[in-house]
Design a protein around this ligand. Sequence first.
Ligand SMILES: Cc1cc2nc3c(=O)[nH]c(=O)nc-3n(C[C@H](O)[C@H](O)[C@H](O)COP(=O)(O)OP(=O)(O)OC[C@H]3O[C@@H](n4cnc5c(N)ncnc54)[C@H](O)[C@@H]3O)c2cc1C
Ligand SMILES: *[C@@H]1O[C@H](CO)[C@@H](O)[C@H](O)[C@H]1NC(C)=O
Length: 454
Amino acid sequence: MEESPGGPSQKKVVAVVGGGLVGALNACFFAKRGFDVELFETREDIRQAKIVRGRSINLALSHRGRQALKHVGMEEKIVSQGIPMHARMIHSLNGKQSPIPYGKKGQAKRENNRLVIYLSSYPVKLMCRVNFVFLRSDGSEEQVEADLIVGCDGAFSAIRKQFLRRSRFNYSQTYIPHGYMELTMPPINGEFAMKPNYLHIWPRNTFMMIALPNLDKTFTCTLFMPFEEFEKITTGDEVIEFFQKYFPDAIPLIGVDALKRDYFRLPAQAMVSVKCSPYHIGSKCVLMGDAAHAVVPFYGQGMNAGFEDCIVFDEIMEQFNEDFSAVLPEYTRVRVPDDHAIADLAMYNYIEMRAHVNSKWFLFRKHIDNLLHFLMPKTIIPLYTMVTFTRTRYHEAVARWHWQDRVINRGLLFSATGALLGGSFLLIKNPPDINKLLVPAEKMWSRLVALRTS
Ligand SMILES: Cc1cc2nc3c(=O)[nH]c(=O)nc-3n(C[C@H](O)[C@H](O)[C@H](O)COP(=O)(O)OP(=O)(O)OC[C@H]3O[C@@H](n4cnc5c(N)ncnc54)[C@H](O)[C@@H]3O)c2cc1C
Ligand SMILES: *[C@@H]1O[C@H](CO)[C@@H](O)[C@H](O)[C@H]1NC(C)=O
């Protein structure tokens, strides 16, 4: 331990930059360890603000995020304000609704963006409206000295920009062609307009809409669509025409006038995926949350991964006795493969959610996977379950998923082969009208072979 001159050892100062979801929680983690925490946030303190401007998206809080909240004693406070979601509800073009359960274990939760409120439980100094200019010595009054700078300043992180100037820093960013737009579905006679405990999905191949319940009985609908499609629609009547074609059952629920108006309220928002490595500079600076790994929102894991960053960092702090020069490189070593894996999975789901949810084979495999999980809960665990309801490391979940997939497809192939051989045996013993039987068997076989090679 370093002793400061002439006194007892001084508390180390941790500067957390960005008081969004991850920064606010991280500040609590460091405060809990007894550090002197200073939180820098450019926006005003929403605990004091009369009107909170800007966006407040609904978020699915699942196991990883909950574990992190639990660590700082906030799980119950937050979860009690959420709405549990038990399944997905698929809306087809003709208005039919069919639920797809998440598997037998647990449930996902949606949560409003109100986490910062709970900061008040910890002694964290919140510095508002400070534009934290890191590594610049132009005499700015706001300059601070810190033993550790934690960059939690989101997908367009200013702290990360400093990393980009350095050598041996890998960085990639990808904007997907889709944008998103939020629309509100009001309550009907004071009640939810649709069943509340579901993630409602309208999959339409190249685009889709989802809807999530809020505590005030409204739903927030999010329309995901390529920017060029958004831009094609320029009048209120075209909005209605478009919804009539793809989401007819949603029109009366959102309301014709609201739809015509709200579609043009804000332009569609872009979605970016950011990967980088390493996450640290020496023993002084580290990135967490979206600053380290912005992911597209199609696995509902962005915030959860960011919250898990906080636990992983805390576990490593424990392991290395809070020695930053050992903790930071270890954090990069452990966390980069996992965050990259969830970024890839989210991108994969971007395709799955739009296209495969409609496919019979996808649904069949989902049922088989859930059935096998029920029969052999320790051996076969659906990917979604590992990601959403456990803390299995993301990259291990992906490896295991590939392994299970091979085993299950092979199993299906063997059972089908067995059925065919059994069938042929009966045929030889008991020759019937061959033409009638062989045609479907052949079809089945070629389907399985196609699967195996795909
Ligand atoms: C449509 C959509 C749906 C999503 N759904 C889910 C979901 O269901 N589940 C889930 O887990 N995740 C979801 N996410 C992802 C989730 O929103 C993000 O992963 C999460 O907000 C990241 O938190 P963060 O604190 O790292 O960054 P942010 O929430 O972006 O916070 C960054 C903060 O830093 C501040 N800041 C920026 N620059 C500076 C600076 N220079 N100085 C000081 N402060 C600064 C900003 O004002 C902001 O408050 C979704 C994202 C989108 C876009
Ligand atoms: C950068 O990416 C390359 C190629 O994937 C990899 O071999 C290398 O280890 C990465 N470097 C860092 C610092 O992560």
